[in-house]
Design a protein around this ligand. Structure first.
Ligand SMILES: [Fe+2]
Length: 155
C-alpha cells in the first residue's frame, strides 16, 4: 500500500494542490470562505481546462482578498500562455496597491506569454524601488528579447 504523492502536471510543475476533479471551479475559486487548498485545486483545474472561459474565470478571481491566491493566479496565467490574460496582468503589475509578490508574478507571466505588447509596462517598472518588481521586469524583458532572437535565428 502506497500513499498518493503529488503528480507532475502537463506543465512540468508539481502544483501545491492537485487539480479539482469535480464541482464548479469558478464558484469554489470565488468562495472567500472555502479552504485555500480547495481554491487552489480549482485554480489548477481551470489551468488544465485551458479554455478562454477558464482564463476569464482566473482573471476575475483577482478580486480575491488573498494575495497568495492572486499570486497563484498570475503564475498559472503565465503557464497557460494565453494573451487574453494580458490586460489583467498589466493592470496587476501597474497597481501600486497590489502585493509585491503578485506584481512579481504578473511580470514573469508577461515574459512567459511572450507578447511584445507587454514591453511598455515592463519598462515602466524596471526602476521600481522594490527589487522583486524591478528584477522580475528585467527577467521578463530579457525573456521577450531572447524569444525574439530565437525567432530571427530560425533557419
Ligand atoms: Fe514567483
Amino acid at each position: 500500500m502506497t500513499n498518493a504523492t503529488p503528480q507532475v502536471s502537463d506543465f512540468g510543475s508539481v502544483d501545491p494542490a492537485p487539480p479539482a476533479t469535480n464541482g464548479d471551479h469558478q464558484v469554489v475559486l470565488q468562495d472567500e470562505d472555502a479552504r485555500m487548498f480547495q481554491r487552489m485545486r480549482a485554480v489548477f483545474a481551470l489551468r488544465n481546462d485551458g479554455s478562454d472561459q477558464a482564463v476569464d474565470a482566473l482573471c476575475a478571481a483577482f478580486s480575491s482578498t488573498s494575495a497568495l491566491l492572486r499570486h497563484e493566479l498570475a503564475y498559472v496565467l503565465g503557464q497557460m500562455q494565453n494573451p487574453r490574460a494580458l490586460p489583467t496582468l498589466w493592470e496587476r503589475l501597474a497597481d501600486e496597491d497590489e502585493h509585491v509578490m503578485v506584481r512579481h508574478e504578473a511580470a514573469e507571466a508577461m515574459g512567459a506569454i511572450g507578447d511584445a505588447r507587454s514591453r511598455s509596462v515592463l519598462q515602466r517598472f524596471l526602476e521600481h524601488p522594490a527589487p522583486e518588481i524591478s528584477e522580475s521586469c528585467e527577467v521578463a524583458l530579457d525573456l521577450l528579447d531572447w524569444c525574439e532572437r530565437a525567432e530571427w535565428e530560425k533557419p
